[in-house]
Design a protein around this ligand. Structure first.
Ligand code: NAP
Length: 322
């Protein structure tokens, strides 16, 4: 592969962080290649109305917002590969990113692979995925008109999913393993005020019941170990997320939970030229707007890194600031 095939920048991930990095990099004339994943769009694709992204005064559906993000980056020359990265090698320069047999090379890589919804870890849950077990109320709520669904979790996601589900379902039961909730007060109160929502606390789902479709769940009281069955047509797990870092764990410094470590106040990883942005390195804020801000930081950090590399210095000085 000739040298001129080495790009300035590859961005891995097509969520708020990745597309914002792409927008800034494209406007800085870095012609970023965004390997956005087969299921591009990131977590807003499984969110209902986004009411807290500044600028959308009336709110917007998550998928529509991500299509906007993508179009905006494309407008300034970002290129896209709509597939999943299969291998990354940042041990030597140029940095290498593979999608199957196709290898892409670049001076900088911005990792924006985000995080993924956690599963309960039950065999019956696996078996009934897409048959009543879901991790995405926005995607699947409409399949449960006038039905009873169970939502597992006690955080903001569980409150949001349960509240959204009541637009369709006749009844929603929130099952939470404690009697205290980590959800924010406003989301908890909104769910509590909803008459369609029932609550089961100090309990976990032991088994998802049903052969071809979900017919119910077996619950277990965490204090007494008593079990009982609850008829239900669907189960929505809303129990948090894990960072998508499997490709990087042996190459980049990370926390025990897998989140990539960046230098304080920057998006730099421990490998020069490799930057991490958005939820892949943030388990605190995890908002679309903070991910987008982080994506902007990554593009600026990478741009400065490139400017310091021989051959880019003069071009960077001549280019207008973004
Ligand atoms: P989270 O805050 O980590 O909450 C996960 C919940 O699931 C916790 O209540 C946890 O119980 C429970 N859980 C975890 N593993 C479980 C298991 N195996 N079985 C049963 N229950 C389990 O995750 P999140 O709700 O997805 O929220 C993540 C972040 O995104 C938060 O910062 C949140 O504020 C934010 N968020 C914001 C919005 C919004 O503002 N619109 C919407 C969604 C999320 P314990 O409490 O006992 O640990």
């Amino acid at each position: 592969m000739p040298d001129n095939d080495v790009r300035d920048m590859i961005i891995i991930g097509g969520g708020p962080a990745g597309y914002t990095a792409a927008l800034y990099a494209a406007r800085a004339n870095l012609k970023p290649l965004v390997i956005e994943g087969f299921n591009w769009g990131g977590q807003p694709m499984i969110t209902s109305d986004v009411e807290n992204y500044p600028g959308y005064t009336e709110g917007i559906l998550g998928p529509e917002m991500m299509a906007d993000f993508r179009r905006q980056a494309e407008r300034f020359g970002a290129e896209f590969v709509t597939d999943d990265v299969t291998n990354v090698d940042v041990s030597e320069r140029p940095l290498r990113v593979s999608v199957g047999d196709d290898e892409f090379r670049a001076q900088t890589v911005i990792v924006a692979t985000g995080a993924t919804a956690r599963q309960l870890g039950l065999e019956s849950e696996q078996r009934l995925q897409g048959r009543g077990v879901s991790y995405c109320a926005t995607c699947d709520a409409a399949f449960f008109p006038e039905k009873h669904v169970v939502v597992v979790g006690g955080g903001d996601s569980a409150m949001e999913e349960a509240t959204f589900l009541t637009r369709f379902a006749a009844k929603v039961t929130i099952v939470h393993r404690r009697d205290e909730f980590r959800a924010s007060q406003i989301m908890l109160e909104r769910a509590r005020a909803n008459e369609k929502i029932d609550w089961v606390t100090n309990a976990v789902v032991d088994e998802v019941l049903g052969d071809d479709r979900v017919t119910g769940v077996r619950l277990r009281d965490v204090n007494t170990d008593e079990t009982w069955e609850l008829e239900a047509d669907g189960l929505f797990a809303a129990i948090g997320h894990d960072p998508n870092t499997a490709l990087f764990l042996d190459q980049l410094e990370h926390e025990d939970a897998g989140y990539l470590i960046t230098q304080p106040g920057t998006t730099e990883t421990n490998v020069p030229g490799v930057f991490a942005v958005g939820d892949v390195q943030d388990h605190v804020y995890r908002q679309a707007v903070t991910a987008a801000g982080s994506g902007c930081m990554g593009a600026l950090d990478a741009e400065r890194y490139l400017a310091a590399l021989e051959g880019h210095l003069m071009a960077a000085e001549a280019a207008p600031r973004v």
